[in-house]
Write a protein that binds this ligand. Structure first.
Ligand code: HEM
Length: 476
């Protein structure tokens, strides 16, 4: 017990990053399993009927919040708690103990969040369902909203103090992106959660989607790009192609992302000017996207073949291509002429998985295969397991996205031809089975990944010592 507590509340350099990775990967397996369970309800709608906690309306938000707040957010913070000190010239965060306390708090939020949502306590707004409501007199307090906010603020303070107390006075581009993400996300979180801001009617829908899109834009995009700006030069040994482009990308993301949320509400009775601003800024997002991708791909110059042996780089390249496809699909489907057709169909679910799994999750996979060996001083336990992980999740997400995009088009065709839903819905049955099949691949791949990380961290004696390799090519 003593050993466990001292590992959890450790002051050891990079212990917060290590513990956050372990937690994030655990929530990845839990969260994707909930997604799979939700998916099987489309294939066998009566299999779990009668148990309110296992109804689709509860499984879906549990899945979404576990993968977004548990897996991806914790994975991002794990990456930041390694990369920020390294780039600031410090050995470890300003306070590793504060980092570890944040990790414990975040785990408690996730465990409580799952139990409360399963039991019907939800804010009922997409991506922000965590509530944990308690009533004091006539006032209700959403405890989990406060806990997430406190968690974000402690990470922000720790990150700033690490940068300010480090020996490196120049800010590398990843530091800009991380501090930007840690500045913007708490603001977005406050505006988007009813625990803090409650507006009536359509104003509520606008703030809902301000949050819904900016958790992607100001948190997952900005943080993920920060991770990749660190990884690609490291993996390739090439200097970053252009610092100027990275700064143009940074400021234009800030400019164009903020008003895009209303593109989720183009068919709603909102002011037309707001919708137009959302559509135009969605298309203008191509500016930061192209700066980022030009920088990634030009930094890769001459090093593409390294991916044959460098598993972490392979994940990073897959994520980079996922980012390209997501950001071509996004502005395209935000235009009014496309949006009216695909809105409310499985196409959108396919887009969400391409972004959050096919892109941002792959960034975290890439980072973890580089950072975990550096933190433990050991190579990953098994290279074959890592290769299996790659192929299972890569093929799984390709199948899932293609399947959902086609299912969305079938759905839209039936809808717009005026055919009654009960007639076209049966056409979707094979697509839903294929989605579940791809889900099995992803959950299985994630479980192999968790096992590999578990062995590396908890049984270091079974792993080889880390050879010298600044690019990390032989860490896996
Ligand atoms: C880390 C991996 C994953 C992430 C980040 C993720 C993320 C998401 C997100 C953001 C949504 C909401 C989509 C929307 O905008 O409507 C969603 C919905 C969903 N996901 Fe996942 N997901 C992941 C893995 C999986 C897996 C492995 C499955 C298994 C098949 C799955 C099944 C589902 C289902 C059934 C829904 C509900 C779709 C609907 O409402 O029709 N997800 N997921």
């Amino acid at each position: 017990m003593q050993r466990v507590l001292s590992a959890i509340f450790s002051r050891e350099p990079y212990s917060a990053s290590r513990n956050l990775f372990i937690s994030a990967i655990f929530w990845l397996v839990v969260g994707t399993s909930f997604g799979l369970l939700a998916s099987t309800q489309f294939d066998m709608p009566d299999a779990l009927s009668g148990v309110a906690q296992l109804s689709f309306g509860r499984l879906r938000p549990v899945h979404v919040n576990t993968v977004l707040i548990g897996w991806l957010s914790m994975g991002y913070i794990a990456c930041m708690m390694y990369i920020i000190p390294v780039l600031s010239g410090r050995k470890g965060m300003w306070s590793e103990r504060l980092g570890n306390i944040t990790m414990v708090l975040w785990n408690l939020v996730m465990a409580t969040g799952i139990l409360t949502i399963l039991n019907g306590d939800t804010e009922g707004r997409e991506y922000a369902e965590l509530a944990g409501t308690i009533h004091i007199g006539h006032t209700s307090i959403q405890v989990l909203d406060w806990a997430v906010l406190i968690g974000l603020l402690t990470v922000g303070i720790n990150a700033w103090m690490t940068v300010l107390t480090g020996t490196e006075k120049k800010w590398y581009v990843s530091i800009w992106y991380f501090l930007g993400a840690l500045f913007w996300f708490p603001i977005v979180y406050i505006i988007g959660n009813r625990g803090f801001v409650q507006l009536p009617g359509l104003d509520d829908a606008i703030t809902n989607w301000f949050y819904g899109h900016n958790i992607l834009g100001m948190w997952f995009t900005v943080g993920g790009i920060g991770i990749m700006y660190y990884l690609i030069p490291r993996f390739t040994g090439n200097p970053l192609y252009s610092h100027t482009l990275s700064m143009i990308g940074f400021w234009t993301i800030g400019m164009f992302y903020a008003p895009t949320g209303t593109h989720h509400l183009l068919q709603s009775p909102l002011p037309e000017w707001l919708k137009s601003v959302a559509v135009i800024s969605s298309v203008f997002l191509l500016v930061p996207v192209l700066t980022v991708l030009t920088n990634f791909f030009m930094t890769m110059k001459g090093k593409w073949s390294a991916a044959a042996d460098h598993i972490a780089l392979r994940f990073a390249i897959f994520g980079g291509v996922g980012y390209l496809l997501t950001c071509i699909q996004g502005p395209f489907q935000a235009t009014r002429s496309v949006n009216w057709y695909i809105h409310f169909t499985n196409w959108v679910v396919g887009h969400a998985h391409l972004a959050l799994f096919g892109t941002f999750s792959f960034f975290v996979f890439a980072a973890s295969y580089y950072i975990i060996p550096r933190v433990t001083g050991r190579k990953m336990y098994s290279k074959p397991l890592a290769v299996w992980h790659f192929w299972l999740v890569a093929l799984g997400i390709i199948i899932m996205v293609l399947d959902l995009v086609i299912a969305g088009l079938v759905q839209a065709a039936g809808w717009h031809a005026g055919i009654p839903v009960d007639q076209w819905v049966v056409e979707l049955v094979p697509y839903w089975w294929i989605r579940s099949f791809s889900g099995v691949m992803i959950v299985f791949g994630s479980a192999l990944y968790m096992f590999n990380v578990y062995k590396t961290v908890f049984h270091p004696e079974q792993c080889e010592a880390l050879p010298h390799s600044p690019t990390g090519v032989v860490y896996v």
